[in-house]
Design a protein around this ligand. Structure first.
Ligand code: CA
Length: 234
């Protein structure tokens, strides 16, 4: 079981919060429930949580803004809860730095499985790959030991999910990874139907790395198959 982790649940619907709290506590976690973004941010500032389950639709400060504000000073894993399976909601959530999302109604068991996987990932020992990958003629440098990424010698800030995705793609330039495969590498588990998470992470990555989806120099979309990192010779 390991040490109990402190999980901050931000959800204005008491019934959902109760179910989430029940299942997470049963899994051995310490759960703190806050019904508004304001209270959640205050709590997170006072005692940084190990993971955040964050409802997108909150009264007052929106879930997106809470996520953005949390991200300003922390790379705590964030799972977003969205009311509808709307592409817009999903993209908004992931664009502001959430690591994963679940669409309501969701199965509590799926939530606990994802919480477990994200915590395992976040608290894993420092990356075993102590190597530095130089790609695309040295323009991109992925330093796994220091968890640093530079593009044309400029440091780029990435979330843990974005970093893992880039690290995976950079390992073998030119190799095509399916979205499903990337989900497993990035999130640490496989769930069908969440491949769009990868599209959103790729979109963020391209933006941060100064890549262009229409004419990529870095991450190429392989239609119907997935993504790959550009090979050196272009
Ligand atoms: Ca809500």
């Amino acid at each position: 079981m390991g040490t109990a982790r402190r999980i901050l649940v931000v959800e204005d619907e008491a019934r959902i919060a109760e179910v989430v709290q029940h299942y997470l506590e049963r899994d051995g976690h310490q759960v703190v429930w806050r019904a508004t973004g304001e209270d959640a941010l205050e709590d997170a500032a006072r005692r940084p949580p190990d993971l955040v389950v964050l409802d997108l639709g909150l009264p007052g400060i929106s879930g997106e803004d809470v996520c953005r504000r949390l991200r300003e000073g922390s790379d705590v894993p964030i799972i977003m809860l969205t009311a509808r399976d709307s592409e817009q909601d999903l993209l908004r959530g992931l664009e502001v730095g959430a690591d994963d999302y679940l669409t309501k109604p969701f199965s509590p068991r799926e939530l606990t499985a994802r919480v477990r996987a994200l915590l395992r990932r976040a608290h894993a020992e420092a990356a075993p790959q102590a190597d530095v990958l130089e790609r695309v003629g040295g323009r991109l440098v992925v330093d796994s030991a220091r968890r640093r990424v530079t593009v044309d010698d400029s440091l780029v800030e990435l979330t843990e999910s974005e970093f893992r995705l880039l690290q995976t793609l950079a390992r073998f330039p030119g190799r095509v990874y399916s979205r499903f495969e990337l989900i497993e590498k990035v999130q640490g588990y496989e769930f069908e139907g969440y491949e769009r998470t990868i599209d959103a992470h790729v979109k963020n990555l391209r933006h941060k790395l100064g890549d262009d989806a229409r004419d990529p120099w870095l991450i190429e979309t392989v239609y119907g198959r997935g993504y790959r990192l550009a090979e050196d010779a272009r």
